[in-house]
Ligand binder design. Sequence first.
Ligand code: URP
Ligand code: ZN
Ligand code: ZN
Ligand code: ZN
Length: 466
Amino acid sequence: SESSQFCDAGIGYGESCGVSSSSSTKLLIKGGTVVNAHEMEVADVYVEDGIIVAVRPNIKVGDDVTVLDATGKFVMPGGIDPHTHLDMEFMGSGTIDDFFSGQAAALAGGTTMHIDFVIPVNGSLLSGLEAYEKKSKKSCMDYGFHMAITKWDEVVSKEMEIMVNEKGINSFKFFMAYKGSFMINDELLLQAFKKCKSLGALAMVHAENGDAVYEGQRRMIELGITGPEGHALSSPQWLNFRKRLEGEATARAIKLAGFVNTPLYVVHVMSIDAMEEISKARKSGLKVIGEPVVSGLVLNDSWLWDPDFITAAKYVMSPPIRAAGHGKALQAALSMGTLQLVGTDHCTFNSTQKALGIDDFQKIPNGVNGIEERMHLVWDTMVESGQISVTDYVRVTSTECARIFNIYPRKGAIRAGSDADIIILNPNSSFEISAKSHHSRSDTNVYEGWRGKEATAPSLGGPWWL
Ligand code: URP
Ligand code: ZN
Ligand code: ZN
Ligand code: ZN
């Protein structure tokens, strides 16, 4: 439903963010290449009060309009990140980025909307939503909410109805991992999928075999492997244990969702095994959506063996970042349409928080950054290399997410009537990503030293790169 699932922080966010926005509410972006998911053309974009009024060549305007020359640049819908965790309590810590710093980072990197996961309070969805409504008061850009489901009972089932019918939240994430905390078993997963089906809501899964991951972790500790590499290994290497378990859980979730005939969205697809299950399912006609995250697309697990604990620990997330080769295969799957959209799973902890697991990798808070880097890294690894077109770039970073979560064409498109969540990307620019200059509060960055292109969000108070 087109509803309150997402909140509009409004264009006049200058005061709340402490960033001076343009005094004029009329803006003409001239001469750029306007890119949508299906076409691109050289055109002007005229914006009034945060809404796109016209897109066509040679728009004439009066003196009261701010004019930006975008010649030689790409004018695109702002990125939409379908998967973030801002201000989340997790594994005994709280993420270092809240709704202000995380969103400032997003905007700096060309992402103008994100969808965050509400975490229930003691299993209560209503209390969880109340808490997240408070947390998100410091927002400076548009955002939406999915709801995580961390246990299953009749109360939760009833609360799901309220979420869909009254609160505008219609996507629910279920955890097949994190045994002892968020995980629910197959019997409950099936009930949950049935509920999604009856509500017309979208079921999302974190697909790992939680029981086996738990067992694998115990084996590592028994073998005396307590460092971050234990997170990747979690079993003798020849079994490729955790990879197989992601494929297994993905297949199981797909089969259960297929059994009740409800669509399924698989979050953070990290391995070839999981991707191939999604590919098979889609070929057989099942409605399955696969979301790779930028860490899974561009990184590999070699960092987990770094002798410096803090360096290794910053790469710990679940499902784990895989061995070299998986990322390339996920990129190919994204370019061929087997996987549909790119998220980040932005979930940042600083070095002192990661150090909670210095004697035991199981205690390292799971999560990596990415909200600020996603647009840059997808461009540099996928467009620059010729794997996807510029129009595909818009599709996988923005339009597809808007479509899936019912906010298209208000978001995800440069066309008359859409929100002016616009970015201008300069393909001839280049800068280096670093924890020293990024906008996240984290003191580390898993993309340290990677390069990106300047992307400004002019109607949202940019340019940020000057
Ligand atoms: O390691 C991760 N992914 N942390 C965030 C929680 C989740 O499972 O998405
Ligand atoms: Zn807006
Ligand atoms: Zn997850
Ligand atoms: Zn996540």
